[in-house]
Design a protein around this ligand. Structure first.
Ligand SMILES: Cc1ncc(COP(=O)(O)O)c(C=O)c1O
Length: 369
C-alpha cells in the first residue's frame, strides 16, 4: 500500500533551510552541545567523554529511560519507557503495531499528519473528529463517543495541540479515559508539547499514568528545543505492547544514536532550567504576537494558545491564505504555514513562537503588511 505524501514535512523540507525568517516552526530555540555539556554533572561528563560509538540497547540507554521516568512519569518504571529516533518513529512503530487492517481508529483533526496517515496505511478505517474553532478547539468527548464503532481499536489525540495550541484539562482527559476504558480502546496520546506553555489549569497528567491501555508520546524536540538529538519515547504500562512495538523498531532505526542518548540524559537532568528558559522565550513571543495581532485586528484573529509553541490564526481576507503565505515568503522571506498543509479548507495559518528571532521576523512581517 502506498503512503500519502507528508505535506507538512514536504513543505518544511522545501522552505525551512532557505526562508530567512521562520514564523511557523513547532520547536523552541535550540541549545548548543557545549552549553549542554556545561550543564552536566562530573559523572555525566565522564560518560560523554568516554562514550563509545557502537550500537546501543534497542529499548534505549537504561540511564536515559530511568531519567525519562523520573522526570516525567514518576509513578511508572523505566521498563514502561521505550525510546525512539524522535517522536515520529514512535508514532510509526506504535500505530503500526496497535492498529491493524480492519480496525477502526478515531483521530482528532486537524493533526500532525502521521497521526492520521499511519493508521490508514495500516489498513484501518479512520473517523476524524474535528476540533472546532467555535468550541475554542477544545476536545469534544461526546463527538468521540458518537464516533465509536464495534471494531474501534484506538483513539488518537494530541494535546497541547498542533496546530492550535489548545490543551486538555484533567477532567476532559479523565472523561476520555473513562470512555476508552468502557469500550476497551487504546488511547494514543501525543504529548510532545507538554510542559511548554501557561495553561489556565494545571497540566493534565500524562495519559500513560492514568490508564493501562494509554501510550504517552514524548520527545526532546519541542519543549526542550533539542530536535536535532532525534530522541523520543513512548511510555506505557503494558509491557507486552511495548515489546511488540520494539519489534517494529528493529525494522526502522534498530537503536538510538549513542551521543544523542547521553545529551538527552544531561538535558533531562536539567529539565527545570531548560523548560524555564524555553517557557520564558515562548511567553515573551506570545506577548509580541498579542501586540502584533492587536495592531492588525482587521486581518487576523485567533484562539490564543495555552500550550506548546504553535497557534492557528485566521486570515480575515478575501485572498486565499495559500496566496498570502506564498507572497509573504517570496517578498519578505517570512515563512508561515497555510491550513491546506493540514488538509483544512479554512483561511487559517500556523504561526510558531518558540524562536528568539521573533522581534526581527515580526518587523519583516509588518513591513510586508
Ligand atoms: C504533534 C507532533 N507529534 C510528533 C511530531 C514529531 O516530532 P519529532 O520531529 O521530534 O519526531 C511533531 C513534530 O512537529 C508534532 O508536532
Amino acid at each position: 500500500m502506498t503512503i500519502n505524501t507528508f505535506k507538512l514535512e514536504e513543505y518544511l523540507a522545501h522552505h525551512e533551510f532557505s526562508a530567512p525568517h521562520l514564523l511557523c516552526c513547532s520547536d523552541t530555540e535550540s541549545i548548543g552541545v557545549s552549553d549542554l555539556i556545561n550543564m552536566s554533572s562530573p559523572a555525566d561528563k565522564d560518560i560523554w567523554d568516554n562514550l563509545c560509538l557502537g550500537y546501543t540497547e534497542s529499548k534505549g540507554m537504561p540511564a536515559l529511560r530511568q531519567q525519562i521516568k523520573d522526570t516525567l512519569y514518576p509513578t511508572l518504571t523505566a521498563n514502561n519507557v521505550l525510546c525512539f529516533a524522535g517522536a515520529e518513529e514512535g508514532i510509526f512503530c506504535a500505530l503500526q503495531t496497535i492498529c491493524t487492517a480492519g480496525d477502526h481508529v478515531i483521530v482528532l483533526t486537524p493533526c500532525y499528519q502521521s497521526l492520521l496517515e499511519i493508521p490508514k496505511h495500516a489498513g484501518c478505517t479512520v473517523t476524524t473528529v474535528e476540533l472546532r474553532e467555535e468550541n475554542d478547539w477544545r476536545i469534544d468527548i461526546d463527538a468521540i463517543k458518537a464516533a465509536v464503532q464495534p471494531n474501534t481499536k484506538c483513539v488518537v489525540i494530541n494535546f497541547p495541540h498542533n496546530p492550535t495550541g489548545q490543551v486538555i484539562t484533567q477532567s476532559e482527559l479523565d472523561a476520555l479515559v473513562r470512555l476508552c476504558d468502557h469500550h476497551g480502546l487504546w488511547l494514543f496520546s501525543d504529548e510532545v508539547y507538554r510542559l511548554l506553555g501557561q495553561p489556565s489549569e494545571p497540566w493534565a497528567a500524562p495519559a500513560a499514568t492514568l490508564y493501562p491501555k494509554a501510550l504517552s508520546l514524548g520527545v526532546m524536540s519541542k519543549a526542550y528545543g533539542l530536535a536535532g538529538l532525534r530522541i523520543g519515547w513512548i511510555a506505557c504500562q503494558d509491557a507486552e505492547v511495548l515489546s511488540k512495538i520494539e519489534k517494529m523498531k528493529h525494522y526502522t532505526s534498530i537503536c538510538n544514536s549513542a551521543p544523542a542518548e547521553v545529551l538527552s540524559l544531561i538535558a533531562l537532568k536539567n529539565s527545570d532550567q531548560i523548560l524555564a528558559r524555553n517557557n520564558a522565550i515562548t511567553a515573551s513571543n506570545l506577548a509580541l504576537l498579542d501586540a502584533f495581532f492587536d495592531d492588525h485586528k482587521d486581518l487576523f484573529s485567533w484562539v490564543r494558545p495555552q500550550g506548546g509553541c504553535v497557534g492557528f490564526v485566521k486570515y480575515n481576507s478575501a485572498e486565499s491564505v495559500d496566496d498570502f503565505c506564498d507572497r509573504l515568503v517570496k517578498q519578505r522571506g517570512v515563512l508561515l504555514m497555510p491550513a491546506s498543509i493540514y488538509d483544512v479548507s479554512t483561511n487559517h495559518f500556523r504561526v510558531g513562537f518558540g524562536r528568539k528571532s521573533m522581534p526581527e521576523v515580526l518587523a519583516e512581517f509588518k513591513l510586508f503588511l
